[in-house]
Design a protein around this ligand. Structure first.
Ligand SMILES: CCCCC/C=C\C/C=C\C/C=C/C(=O)SCCNC(=O)CCNC(=O)[C@H](O)C(C)(C)COP(=O)(O)OP(=O)(O)OC[C@H]1O[C@@H](n2cnc3c(N)ncnc32)[C@H](O)[C@@H]1OP(=O)(O)O
Length: 286
């Protein structure tokens, strides 16, 4: 019992010493630890790192961890969040296709509900958000980035909502957050074609705000953006952001069940299953 307490104390001391060195507080989001969080004590900004190798595909567990993290940031009155990835080449590969292929009814419901939760919390967060996009960011990966208020993308990767290329339509809340960033004209063209933009193309069209040379540079640039809010009342800032995004947020809030049923209906269509099966095979053959 005493030895256990000493072990616990030693572990706490070691972990607090390593965090002090970088003036960071560390906390993990929950049981499965697929999301790491480091809060800079000086700025109050949290770097949230998706950590589900190999490609951070968004499955139920990762979405649940991310959702809990967003709750913690909100209840801790976070000064800001930078979303990034532990992978060297992928920000997030989007929704885990295996969650939609041969779906198990209860799990698919929980999966989609968790995605809705993450979107509502991230898109509507009272604290400022930025994405340090340090790798490819297709579909659901792009969704996470466009929920944020600012995007800095490392060169030589791709980003976009490519759902039509998989034979599915981007759900309505994907579309509304895309239109919050791009003009309706650009959004329509990119969504219908399923365009994946290079970093330079994404900058040109306004899908990202800055280009970075590497991950550290992207985090630095996101931090500079978030620090600008030091001069602004956080209440006024949050109210303004949420007013601008209110219609989109209410659209999903008021139609969650309908959106869930549409998803379940769509993924259970034989033609969608066939397409997803072929897509999984093509990824495996690469
Ligand atoms: C009106 C009706 C509306 C209703 C709508 C209904 C349904 C729509 C619902 C949702 C919309 C969908 C959103 C999505 O996000 S779908 C996912 C889209 N994602 C992609 O297309 C990306 C696919 N992946 C890639 O292109 C590449 O993997 C990469 C990200 C560019 C990385 O390339 P890299 O070469 O580094 O890795 P690998 O390709 O070798 O992959 C490694 C390993 O991971 C597996 N994998 C990759 N992506 C996914 C994924 N999204 N889900 C699950 N698994 C994935 C890949 O198969 C490899 O596995 P292996 O076992 O071979 O190691």
């Amino acid at each position: 019992m005493i030895r256990n307490s000493i072990n616990l104390l030693t572990k706490k001391l070691i972990s607090s010493t390593s965090c002090q060195r970088t003036r960071m507080r560390c906390f993990s989001s929950g049981a499965t630890n697929l999301v790491d969080v480091n809060v800079n004590d000086k700025t109050g900004i949290a770097v949230v790192t998706l950590n589900r190798p190999p490609v951070n595909s968004l499955n139920l567990e990762l979405l649940t961890d991310l959702s809990k993290t967003l709750d913690e940031l909100e209840s801790n009155r976070s000064k800001g969040m930078i979303l990034t990835s532990s992978s060297k080449t992928v920000f997030s590969a989007g929704l885990d296709i295996l969650e939609m292929y041969n779906p198990e009814p209860e799990r698919s419901k929980a999966f989609w509900t968790a995605l809705q939760d993450v979107w509502l919390k991230l898109y509507g967060s009272p604290y400022p958000t930025a994405a340090a996009i340090n790798g490819h960011s297709p579909a659901g990966g792009c969704l996470l980035a466009i929920c944020c208020e600012y995007r800095v993308m490392v060169n030589d990767f791709t980003i976009g909502l490519n759902e039509t290329r998989l034979g599915i339509s981007a759900p309505s809340f994907f579309i509304s957050s895309f239109r919050n960033v791009l003009s309706t004209r650009e959004a329509e063209k990119a969504l219908t074609l399923g365009t994946m933009f290079s970093s330079d193309e994404a900058l040109k069209v306004g899908l990202v705000d800055e280009i970075a040379t590497d991950k550290a540079d992207s985090i630095n640039k996101c931090e500079n953006f978030l620090l600008e809010f030091k001069k602004v009342s956080s209440m006024a800032r949050a109210f303004t952001k949420q007013s601008l995004r209110k219609k989109d947020l209410e659209e999903l809030e008021n139609n969650r069940e309908q959106d869930l049923q549409l998803f379940l209906f769509a993924i259970n269509q034989p033609i969608v299953q066939k397409g997803l099966g072929a897509y999984i095979q093509s990824l495996k053959k690469k």
